[in-house]
Design a protein around this ligand. Structure first.
Ligand SMILES: [Mg+2]
Length: 403
């Protein structure tokens, strides 16, 4: 059995910060895991280096479940994004090692392919409705079957989720948090107009998605979900914050627009009630922030019982390692729904050479043994860590708002 002989954390910033765990074994096989926590990267680095890695040396790399339980239960302090991102990095690296030793792409160890590929959605953003629809058309021409539409809100200088660069979106772009302005009233008026125009000009053969970024109260979200019903969205995402899972009951009671949430969730406990009460249709927890393949697989299995499908968060703050892991899991599980796909910069792609490929609206993880992704350590060294924060959000009277 391969024994873990060394593990180290590599922090690199090829356009944005990424934290990578590399685990080496005495058999010469190594594995990689993503530990990036957007805006809080060095907290996970410390958790790994100071608390997790010392426990890994000498362990049997094949004992993935036992290592997961050891790190989760053994720490006494459970859950939380820092802890769960660190556990996920270890878990994914160990799955990578196991699949490489087996000589199989990881999805084969998870039960084999359940589909030809994972349907993905791209991001069409614009300051105006016309610009957003032009971008959506560009994605459709590339073969995408699903597009998320976000448009500027009239009267606001900038809107979170609407990028300046059309190909690469990076909200954590400032040395200290930027402050954005927000108007719920204006947003609730303009969003149904965006989707009315989208159906008129893009037709009905494209899945349309929208992200609220947790900005609404339950009753406001219910109104938006109802107003958007005629346009048959694939999903309405993050309609409200989900610390209080019962927030979703109110929206559910008023609308049949499908709901998605969970990109900030860390464990199965964050989504248990949402899934069991069938308050959502898609669970967006990630391999990276929800404890790795071992734990996300458990969440997906619970979701399957209630006809909830996966729709994993896939923004650029997740490295290609997480994208690969999500695709292996998504290819294998019965209740895969859709995968978010934002392209990384060329520098990021070079630091993380990978095998997954886009064709005809689908991503496939490839058939190389393991995850099919690695880190070029010498290239990574050329991009040192740069502090960067996500923006905060204030109402027009200055009140700090959800973001
Ligand atoms: Mg979101």
């Amino acid at each position: 059995m391969p024994k873990i002989t060394n593990a180290r954390v590599i922090v690199t910033c090829p356009g944005r910060n990424f934290v990578t765990l590399k685990i080496e074994t005495d058999s010469g096989v190594h594995g990689v895991g993503d530990a990036t926590l957007n805006g809080r990267e060095l907290a996970v680095t410390s958790y790994l280096e100071d608390h997790v890695i010392p426990c890994l040396i000498g362990r049997d790399a094949h004992r993935i479940e036992d290592t997961w339980q050891f790190l989760y239960r053994g720490a006494y302090w459970r859950r939380g994004p820092v802890t769960m991102a660190a556990i996920a990095a270890v878990d994914v690296a160990l799955w990578d090692i196991k699949a490489k030793v087996a000589g199989l792409p990881l999805y084969q160890l998870l039960g084999g392919a359940s589909r030809r590929g994972c349907m993905v959605y791209g991001h069409a953003n614009g300051d105006t409705i016309e610009e957003t629809l032009r971008e959506a058309r560009r994605y459709m021409d590339l073969g995408y079957r699903a597009v998320r539409l976000q448009s500027g809100v009239p009267g606001l200088k900038s809107t979170y989720g609407v990028s300046k660069d059309k190909d690469f979106y990076e909200p954590a772009d400032a040395d200290l948090p930027t402050e954005n302005r927000w108007s719920t009233e204006s947003y609730l008026r303009s969003t149904p107009e965006l989707f009315a125009a989208a159906r008129k000009h893009l037709g009905w053969d494209i899945h349309l998605l929208h992200d609220v970024h947790h900005r609404l109260t339950p009753i406001e979200a219910a109104r938006l979900a109802k107003d958007l019903e005629p346009y048959r969205l694939f999903w309405l995402e993050d309609a409200v914050t989900a610390e209080n899972q019962t927030n979703f009951r109110l929206i559910r009671g008023h609308s049949t627009t499908p709901l998605a949430v969970g990109e900030v969730f860390n464990t199965i406990w964050d989504c248990k009630q949402l899934i069991e009460e069938q308050l959502i249709d898609y669970i967006r927890a990630t391999v990276l922030h929800a404890g790795g393949i071992t734990h996300l697989r458990r969440i997906a299995a619970l979701a399957e019982l209630y006809k909830v499908r996966t729709g994993c968060h896939g923004a650029t703050d997740l490295s290609p390692i997480t994208m690969a892991a999500a695709l292996h899991l998504g290819l294998a599980i019965p209740n895969f729904g859709i995968q978010e796909y934002m392209r990384h910069t060329a520098d990021t792609d070079a630091v993380f050479p990978h095998n997954y490929r886009f064709a005809d609206g689908y991503l496939h993880p490839g058939d190389a043994p393991g995850l099919g992704v690695d880190i070029d350590e010498s290239l990574a060294q050329k991009f040192p860590y740069k502090r960067a924060y996500l923006p905060v959000n204030r109402l027009e009277d200055g009140t700090l708002h959800d973001s």
